[in-house]
Structure formats: structure tokens, C-alpha cells
Design a protein around this ligand. Structure first.
Ligand SMILES: CC(C)(COP(=O)(O)OP(=O)(O)OC[C@H]1O[C@@H](n2cnc3c(N)ncnc32)[C@H](O)[C@@H]1OP(=O)(O)O)[C@@H](O)C(=O)NCCC(=O)NCCS
Length: 165
């Protein structure tokens, strides 16, 4: 089993779109974005994401099985911070270590530009919380009722990893 991670480019738009929509369909409770909105978007929308943000894809035997996005901040006073979003690994490849390979690749690239990486994790998502604990994203607050799906609210943990102490 060959595992690797690399930054996705516009040429990867088809596999990126498919994986992102799979994640929103399979784990809607894990993400702020919704399948209903994203599935109607054309390829240009997904190319724009790949241009504006950095998206790292995780590959097992050359097949895209996971991803994570990083969004920077253009405001000068906030430009030392970035946000990790859309961390997802297909169900059959969870527990293989590919999630950590992906996020490590994001962190390695973030280190050149940012001092702090923020992430948000839905409070009921035990597996993701364990994962973020392990890779050093520390809890600093909880936003109550951060996400509303129909009548149901979900709290979100706010976490940060300091790249420069
Ligand atoms: C979050 C995610 C990327 C982590 O990848 P992964 O391959 O599952 O991560 P790992 O197996 O390396 O680590 C997960 C941790 O949860 C533990 N775990 C495994 N199954 C679990 C379960 N059912 N419930 C709770 N914890 C579980 C693992 O033992 C591990 O803990 P450890 O580090 O203490 O050993 C992946 O689970 C995923 O894509 N989930 C769906 C989408 C999602 O929730 N994304 C996060 C958005 S913030």
C-alpha cells in the first residue's frame, strides 16, 4: 500500500469534486457546508476553491482517498492565521494513517506562511476529536449551536495549533 499526499491543482477538479461531495453526503454532521448547495455547483466553483485555498489530497496506490483544505486570511492584521477545513478520509481508509499524512503535509506548507492554524470540530464527532487531539490541535472554546440542521443544533469545538510559540 503506497501512501502519499500532494497539493491538488485545477487538473484534479473532477476527483476533488467527487471526494468533497462524497464527504458531505456520508458525513453531513461533520461539516458546515451542505451537500444540497455544493452538488449543484459546476466545476468552475471547485476550480476556484483549488485556486483560492490550498487543498491537499491523500492518495493510496494513486487513488484519491482523503483531503484537507487550508484557507488563509488577506487582512494584514489577521494574516498570521489560517483555517483548516474539509478534513475527510473515505470510510474504508480510516485508521490507515493517511489522515495524518494529509494534515502533516498541510502543516508543513502552512509553516512557511502562518503562525497559527485554526480548526473547528463538531462536539459530537468523537473520532475527529481524538484525531485532532493526537495531532496537537488544542481546544480553546466551544461555539454553542454553531450548526443547525433542520431543527437540530450542533456545538462546535474551536481548536488551534500554534506553529510558532
Ligand atoms: C476525522 C478523520 C479524517 C480522521 O481520520 P482517521 O483515519 O479516522 O483517523 P485515525 O484513525 O488516525 O484517528 C482517529 C482516532 O479515533 C479513534 N477511533 C477509531 N474509531 C473510533 C470511533 N468509532 N469513535 C471514536 N474514536 C474512534 C482512533 O483510535 C484514533 O484515536 P487515537 O489517536 O487515540 O488512536 C476521519 O475519521 C473522517 O474522515 N471522518 C469523517 C469526516 C470528519 O469527521 N471530518 C472531520 C471534520 S472536523
Amino acid at each position: 500500500m503506497k501512501k502519499s499526499a500532494r497539493v491538488l491543482t485545477e487538473a484534479d477538479v473532477a476527483i476533488f469534486r467527487a471526494l468533497r461531495l462524497e464527504g458531505l453526503a456520508n458525513n453531513p454532521e461533520a461539516f458546515g457546508a451542505s451537500l444540497a448547495r455544493e452538488q449543484d455547483r459546476d466545476d468552475e466553483h471547485f476550480r476556484e476553491i483549488l485556486r483560492d485555498d490550498m487543498v491537499v489530497g491523500g492518495f493510496i496506490d494513486d487513488k484519491l482517498v482523503g483531503m484537507a483544505g487550508l484557507r488563509g486570511n488577506h487582512h494584514p492584521k489577521l494574516a498570521h492565521k489560517c483555517h483548516l477545513w474539509g478534513v475527510y478520509v473515505t470510510e474504508e481508509h480510516r485508521g490507515t494513517g493517511i489522515a495524518e499524512i494529509i494534515v502533516d503535509a498541510v502543516i508543513a506548507r502552512a509553516q512557511a506562511h502562518y503562525e497559527i492554524i485554526h480548526a473547528r470540530v463538531v462536539s459530537t464527532n468523537g473520532r475527529a476529536r481524538r484525531f485532532f487531539d493526537r495531532i496537537g490541535f488544542k481546544l480553546y472554546g466551544v461555539e454553542r449551536r454553531a450548526i443547525k440542521v433542520g431543527p437540530n443544533y450542533f456545538d462546535e469545538e474551536m481548536r488551534a495549533k500554534f506553529l510558532v510559540v
